[in-house]
Design a protein around this ligand. Structure first.
Ligand code: GDP
Ligand code: MG
Ligand code: ZN
Length: 333
């Protein structure tokens, strides 16, 4: 090794094709000794050789937010695409207009709980709805999000931004997740106070809801919190372990404790407490249908990918994330 090399710790703030931006530092390349590529949010060890920085190590992650890469399902090759590592808050964004869907929110919650991040529901474009309509939306969120915080915002009027700012504390990393056009980039700009992200006029979306976006990066807010804006995607594709549903469907998890079989799928097993709850109206048909659909999807994903090693790695940081959340719950404000 080069005698003049200096080693330092840095965070990956942007990923381009074969180039990583690290802070402190600048541009870096990745050592071919690494088994995987660093992603935005990763803490890394880098070496500087004169003008060149090389990432030589990725520190253990507290979580990894991933989605299924769209368009790869047809040929059975399911690919996991990381969005960001070590994300503290997953901001699940939906507009209060026709974009709003409780079923989609169940998906987002599942993906978030699986990632190690704490979910927060962000309803956008509040200026487009009547007050009674907003109340309806918030109540609908409550039926699937349970204690998860829900903030109603408008990038245009500034409503709700103070609450959001208060959540995004110094040093925290938050990822904005949601379909194209819901106003994620507008929120970033409103919080930053300057136009950092390209806001696309809704009329510029093509029929598939795509538009051009910049590469993925961490945006630093003036008070030292970081945001990841996910590039335009019509739909966020689900990626999670099957057991993610335990967290995202706590009502069903509670009921399932009374099922006769521990691995009850709540389809047609005898003495299924979930089926009974649906029959007597304590659990809605839509809710259990949603659970079944997601479970099938996740089982399908698990059959396609799931090298044992990757699974063990995920389990490791997931248990770290769980105990961290438990700590956060008991810690006084
Ligand atoms: N009425 C209203 N429109 C908004 C708001 N935020 C964003 N928009 C509009 O929604 C469109 C998409 O916004 P953009 O931030 O690019 O969404 P992104 O694809 O989620 O990043 C643009 O035409 C914005 O002007 C809002 O709070 N209220
Ligand atoms: Mg955008
Ligand atoms: Zn059951």
């Amino acid at each position: 090794m080069d005698a003049e090399a200096t080693t330092f710790r840095a965070r990956v703030t942007a990923v381009h094709k074969n180039r990583w931006v690290i802070e402190p530092g600048d541009q870096a390349i990745v050592s071919n000794r690494l088994d995987e590529d660093p992603v935005v949010g990763d803490w890394v060890i880098a070496e500087r050789h004169e003008a060149l920085c090389r990432i030589v190590e990725i520190e253990p992650r507290t979580g990894l937010l991933t989605r299924k890469r769209p368009g790869d399902v047809a040929n059975d090759a399911v690919v996991e695409q990381p969005i960001a590592a070590n994300v503290d808050l997953a901001l699940l964004t939906m507009a209060v207009d026709d974009d709003f869907s409780v079923r989609r929110l169940e998906r987002y919650l599942t993906l978030a709980w699986d990632s190690g991040a704490t979910p927060v529901v962000i309803l956008t474009k509040a200026d487009l709805a009547d007050p009674w309509q907003l109340d309806d939306r918030v109540s609908a969120v409550d039926t699937v999000a349970f204690g998860t915080e829900c903030i109603t915002t408008s990038a245009h009027t500034g409503a709700g931004l103070d609450r959001l700012r208060a959540l995004l504390q110094h040093g925290m990393v938050a990822a904005l997740l949601g379909s194209s056009g819901v106003g994620k980039s507008s929120l970033v700009n409103a919080l930053a106070g300057v136009d950092l992200q390209v806001v696309t006029d809704v009329r510029d979306f093509d029929g598939k809801g795509r538009h051009t976006t910049t590469s993925r990066r961490l945006v630093e807010l003036p008070w030292g919190a970081y945001l990841v804006d996910t590039p335009g995607l019509r739909e966020l594709q689900l990626w999670a372990d099957e057991d993610a549903l335990v967290d995202s469907f706590p009502d069903i998890t509670d009921l399932a404790r009374e099922c006769r079989f521990r691995d009850c799928t709540h389809e047609s097993e005898p003495d299924c407490a979930v089926t009974v709850a649906v029959a007597d109206g304590r659990l809605s048909e839509e809710r259990i249908e949603s659970w079944r659909r997601l479970r099938r999807e996740l089982a399908y994903l698990a059959r396609r990918i799931d090298p044992a090693a990757a699974r063990a790695e995920r389990q490791k940081w997931k248990s770290i994330a769980r105990s961290r959340r438990a700590l956060n719950k008991v810690r006084p404000e």
